[in-house]
Design a protein around this ligand. Structure first.
Ligand SMILES: *Cc1c(COP(=O)(O)O)cnc(C)c1O
Length: 550
């Protein structure tokens, strides 16, 4: 051992948490975190962003190389903090960008503990108490959505996308037993709404089902799928001898918070099994990555309304509850704690009503000789992943422990209340319309028009009047310009950062309808901020129309 080697090793050992108790070193560890947070704090202003606005510099980024020599922890941290320059603050009251959450402290500490002690949830050999945490979080969520935790099973995975992949894979194995070994050799379909997340297509592609085998069913104006259309699509597929790998119910769509009628989907599925004498039961996966959290209102007394939400809010919560209370009718459910559960990414739970369903995707012990030599709980025998982090379950457990039902009710009630304040203001103004007025979540899609447009009829004309389709495109351009202006102003310190969707839905003639989008998730949002959005949007419209509109 050269003196250099010895010296380096000594120095490097100080860069790790100490394996045996060393309170002085713990203080160094914590203090280093504190100093990192201090450096981040220096980037904070009143703006909804850390530091100054900037675009990522990829030209510089590709020049990055591993240096010949290392550097101290103190010298490393500032370089990491520099990556936060220009980062959006999702929790800022002026930020209403998308369904990206502001993680709670409990959630962050859950991640920190799991990162520090690094369990592998592949098996409880290496997961220990963290494996227990995964079962706890799964059971809490299972009971919450109305499953029986004694029968259900859950694994945390890589996002709502992973949940869809699991749900569709189990469904595929039920419809085509042995597909895991032999591949998909029979024609299969997946049925979903036209407003399902594109992850459904992605999963179909990755599973070998094929994106073209996803039948996307038309929707009502409330963005929920038409049960008649689903029935027709299912009967056609079955009539042609195809098998149904899965029916995906979207329980809170990404752009509009559309919620499918899961109870009707379930009744239809059960009827199809009898009608076609199917030798399998088509699997229903509820893509509830956004909507699951509303289950906390399953026991809320909307009449007594003990939290004192205003009338519009109670109505919105009760309407969402009306559909989401049926989640237990699905065979599997995708839950994102990193969306409406205030947990950091990635914290997604795939739940199956019958844990035995995992048997359809389990592998033989023989094929994994080095794993599962001890312990009793081995999710790695059926998970797609081999190594799995403990951060997701710990973050989920943390937020559920900390918030309880009432905490969730308060946070969700608040964001819906803020969305309702905005809607009330939008509805009261002649030049503005709410597009997803029949949806009742924290997201509001709206459009601004030139003065004098009759907004009572414009929505219908845009959707169905063939002579109005060029106007739709013109108004799409107007709304995009308004969006750019509003956000430029917000990043310069005034107003609220909102978002935009290029296609809220298509007109009957196939033209996409663009929309401005306010997605409220921050606990820090206040009423006056919501109302100010309207002033900023109208001012931006006047600017655009007055100056540089073509
Ligand atoms: C976000 C979203 C997904 C994808 O989930 P990730 O966690 O981003 O992988 C799937 N479905 C819906 C409805 C979503 O909103």
């Amino acid at each position: 051992m050269s003196p250099r080697y010895r010296q380096l090793l000594e120095d490097l050992r100080r860069q790790f948490p100490q394996p045996v108790s060393d309170p002085v070193h713990d203080a160094y560890f914590v203090f280093t975190i504190l100093r990192a947070l201090d450096q981040v704090d220096a980037l904070k202003s009143q703006m909804p962003m850390l530091g100054a606005p900037r675009e990522p510099d990829y030209a510089e980024a590709v020049a990055a190389r591993l240096a010949p020599e290392g550097r101290s922890l103190e010298a490393t941290v500032p370089q990491l903090v520099a990556q936060l320059q220009g980062m959006f603050l999702w929790g800022h009251p002026q930020s209403q960008v998308n369904v990206i959450t502001h993680p709670s402290i409990a959630g962050i500490i859950g991640v920190l503990l799991a990162s520090t002690y690094n369990p592998n949830l592949c098996s409880d050999e290496s997961g220990r108490g963290f494996s227990e945490a995964e079962v706890k979080a799964s059971s809490m969520a299972s009971a919450l959505v109305g499953y029986d935790p004694a029968r259900s099973g859950g694994v945390f995975t890589f996002g709502g996308t992973g949940c869809l992949l699991y749900g569709m894979k189990i469904g595929l194995e039920k419809a085509v037993p042995g597909a895991m070994r032999r591949g998909v050799r029979e024609p299969v379909v997946v049925l979903a709404s036209e407003h399902c997340h594109y992850a459904v297509l992605n999963a179909a592609g990755w599973l070998g089902i094929g994106q073209e085998s996803v039948v996307r069913v038309s929707t009502h104006l409330d963005n929920s799928l038409k049960i008649d259309a689903l029935a027709a699509a299912a009967r056609q597929a079955l009539g042609e001898g195809k098998r149904i790998a899965a029916i995906v119910a979207t329980m809170g769509s990404t752009d509009a918070f559309g919620i499918d009628d899961l109870r009707a989907v379930r009744t239809l599925r059960d009827n199809l099994v009898r009608e076609f004498e199917l030798d399998y039961t088509p699997h229903i996966h509820a893509d509830a990555v956004i909507g699951w959290a509303w289950s906390v209102f399953n026991d809320y007394d909307f009449t007594a309304n003990l939290l004192g939400f205003r009338g519009r809010t109670v109505r919105a919560l009760a309407l969402a509850h009306n559909r989401l209370q049926h989640l237990r009718l699905a065979d599997s459910i995708g839950i994102d704690f990193h969306k409406t559960g205030y947990a950091p990414y990635i914290s997604s739970l795939f739940l199956v009503r019958e844990a035995a369903d995992f048997g359809t995707i389990a592998r033989d012990r023989d094929s994994m000789p080095y794993l599962y030599q001890s312990g009793t709980h081995h999710p790695g025998m059926y998970t797609l992943e081999t190594s799995r982090s403990g951060t997701g379950p710990m973050a989920a457990l943390a937020t559920m422990l900390m918030l309880g039902r009432e905490g969730f009710q308060t946070l969700l009630g608040h964001i819906v209340e803020m969305a309702e304040v905005l809607r009330e203001g939008l509805e009261a103004h002649p030049d503005l319309t709410v597009l997803n007025g029949d949806n009742v979540g924290p997201v509001t899609l709206f459009r601004v028009y030139p003065p004098g447009v009759d907004t009572f009829t414009v929505k219908d004309r845009e959707r169905s009047d063939p002579s109005f389709q060029t106007k739709v495109e013109e108004y799409n351009r107007l709304n995009r310009r308004v969006f750019e202006r509003v956000n430029a102003e917000a990043l310069a310190g005034g107003g609220v950062v909102i978002s935009m969707t290029d296609c809220y839905r298509h007109t009957d003639h196939g033209i996409p309808i663009a929309a401005l989008k306010s997605y409220v998730l921050s606990p820090f949002t206040e009423e006056d901020r919501m109302r100010s959005i309207i002033d900023h949007v109208l001012a931006a419209r006047d600017e655009v129309l007055g100056r540089d509109y073509d």
